[in-house]
Design a protein around this ligand. Structure first.
Ligand code: SF4
Length: 312
């Protein structure tokens, strides 16, 4: 099976103790069954592990009907996040001791009939820098993966091909158009979406009422908005649009929300542009990271935003 990934993908490395928005704070950490069995084995064995770490591991595992999680400490910190920003489990047991969600993050995957796509998520500040701040357009690279192709029927294959072709067309349009309005109109017309007036202030009010991860998001939403449109689109904005479409369009195969997903990408990018400080790419990057953490990484919020863009 082909493995497809953005050109920046392999450059990603967690910056651990230098990270200002650690994913080890504020998020629920689910422990998958395989890793739970590994931890249980460690607790029952004579593994050379200090009694303190064993006790901490035993007391941090919270087992429930829906699986196990690590119970978070004060400030919603992962119990294994050290004051120096490093992970205690990695320090003592190596990266192989991480549960699936921790070793995967911030990677995401899409499975098609004959290809697997992998990307890195914008909620991670190091990933955000790679996604948004490079000066060239994002390109997709391909290599032969180890996974076997799944069996699939012709209709599935056609649906895959259609969504990939549409997305490629959108990527080209994003690179080829000069100003925002032409780009917005072009993307929306590819899915026959009505370009109804979009009010950033109203979108901000709507986002403010959603589930909150970090209270600092409220301050960003309270910023004054400045609509932009006629000027040349800057590369970070093109890259943000490309990222949103790369990440979110494939799921339209499952929920049929193709138009909503395109509107989400277009208007969220427009909103973040309107909220950002003039000519400050670092600020745009920070805003996009916060948006991703609050919206993309909450199933509930993402679903609410897709409904917001559902035509009446
Ligand atoms: S958010 Fe990214 S850079 Fe920061 S700790 Fe998590 S994976 Fe590492």
């Amino acid at each position: 099976m082909k493995h497809i990934f953005p050109d920046y993908y392999k450059a990603f490395h967690c910056i651990a103790d230098r990270c200002r928005h650690s994913c080890c704070i504020g998020w629920e950490i689910g422990v998958d069954e395989e890793t739970l069995a590994f931890y249980d084995g460690l607790l029952q064995s004579d593994a050379p592990l200090s009694a303190k770490l064993k006790n901490k591991l035993a007391s941090s595992l919270c087992r429930g009907e829906e699986g196990a999680t690590f119970s978070l400490c004060e400030g919603d910190r992962c119990p294994f996040l050290q004051q120096d920003g490093l992970c205690e489990l990695i320090c003592h047991l190596g990266e192989g001791a991480l549960c699936q969600i921790c070793s995967d993050h911030p990677r995401f995957y899409h499975f098609f009939c004959d290809r697997k796509e992998t990307g890195i998520g914008l909620c991670c500040e190091e990933a955000a820098r790679l996604i948004l701040l490079q000066k060239t357009p994002m390109t997709l690279l391909e290599e032969e993966g180890s996974e076997e192709e799944e069996s699939f029927d012709e209709q599935e294959r056609q649906e895959d091909e259609a969504i990939i072709a549409l997305r490629d067309q959108m990527f080209s349009l994003i690179e080829e158009t000069e100003d925002w309005q032409t780009c917005e109109n072009g993307l929306l017309s590819l899915v026959s979406a009505q370009n109804t007036p979009f009010a950033p202030e109203e979108y901000a009010r709507f986002l403010k009422d959603l589930e909150r991860l970090d209270p600092a998001w409220d301050d960003l939403l309270a910023r004054p908005v400045f609509e932009k449109g006629k000027e040349t689109i800057q590369q970070p904005v093109r890259r943000l649009l490309t990222y949103f479409l790369f990440r979110h369009l494939p799921d339209a195969r499952y929920d049929g929300k193709l138009t909503e997903r395109v509107c989400f990408a277009v208007f969220s990018a427009k909103f973040l542009l309107a909220l950002s400080k003039e000519d400050d790419t670092e600020d745009f990057c920070n805003l996009a990271r916060a948006f991703s953490a609050e919206i993309e990484y909450s199933d509930e919020n993402l679903s609410a935003v897709l409904s917001y863009f559902t035509a009446d």
